[in-house]
Design a protein around this ligand. Structure first.
Ligand code: ZN
Length: 80
């Protein structure tokens, strides 16, 4: 395994969530997330973002969707 820093994780989080990275790289990122609070926080937000997109994309126009996502992200940050 190669050590990854926070910037690597944040750069790759989308690929990570969509399982688009190579297996070894995915393990490196998972290991970093398990030990890094700041990245874990960032990762949780990305997960919420993706869930909102998936739930909303069939029913909402793009502009409304974007507003809903931003609203949800603000809620997450407040409750933190
Ligand atoms: Zn980190």
């Amino acid at each position: 395994m190669n050590p990854v820093d926070c910037e690597d994780v944040k750069r790759n989080v989308h690929e990570f969530l969509h399982a688009q990275m190579q297996t070894g790289q995915q393990e490196d990122i998972t290991a970093h997330l398990a030990n890094c609070e700041s990245c874990e926080e960032h990762y949780d937000i990305e997960v919420v973002f993706n869930q909102v997109i998936q739930r909303s994309c069939d029913e909402a126009p793009a502009e409304e969707l974007a507003q809903r996502v931003m609203q949800r992200l603000r809620e997450v940050q407040v409750h933190d």
